[in-house]
Design a protein. Structure first.
Length: 172
């Protein structure tokens, strides 16, 4: 058996041609059943190990990446994109899809770093602050009274659109 760390595409041995590839599937962690989440995290962990070694990100992506929801979401986006591009799912025929993926990886790299866990010891992320008292009521009042949510719909370029229509319908 091929070592998936050497060739992550080996995780998908049945994918050979775009016609045989399964439909792309979105990964929404909250919508997955607990067994599916565990399975997907195991699958992604193999890929993350490969990613850390291949792109020398061992000092960027902490060993406890799976404990940080923001890092998991960023890695999920990178992984699903990587699968579509490198493992055979149709990608729309973009000539530089692989280079685009690598550029995206580098753009997201700062988001994968966690100063709190940089020493190799996991630290839980800080708890979000509780909502301000009355903030839900204030939000609802805003929705009911704000100009942004109560003005009638009007396209910003409506005048230009009306001129275009008038020119098309001009008498001969």
């Amino acid at each position: 058996m091929t070592d998936p760390l050497e060739n992550p595409a080996a995780l998908w041995p049945g994918i050979q041609t775009p016609a045989q590839a399964p439909e792309p599937r979105r990964w929404v962690w909250a919508a997955m059943s607990p067994p599916e989440r565990r399975q997907r995290l195991r699958e992604m962990a193999v890929w993350v190990d490969w990613l850390r070694r291949t792109f020398e990100l061992h000092n960027v992506i902490p060993h406890c990446w799976y404990r940080h929801s923001a890092v998991v979401e960023h890695l999920t986006a990178l992984y699903v994109g990587w699968v579509r591009i490198y493992a055979g799912e149709p990608g729309g025929g973009r000539d530089l899809a692989e280079a685009d993926w690598i550029n995206t990886l580098h753009a997201l790299t700062p988001r994968l770093q966690l100063a709190a866990c940089a020493t190799g010891r996991h630290e839980d992320p800080p708890q979000p602050p509780p909502p301000m008292p009355g903030s839900a009521d204030e939000f609802e009042m805003y929705l009911l009274t704000s100009k942004a949510t109560t003005e009638p719909a009007q396209h910003p370029s409506a005048a230009a659109a009306y001129r275009e229509i008038a020119q098309l319908d001009a008498p001969l």
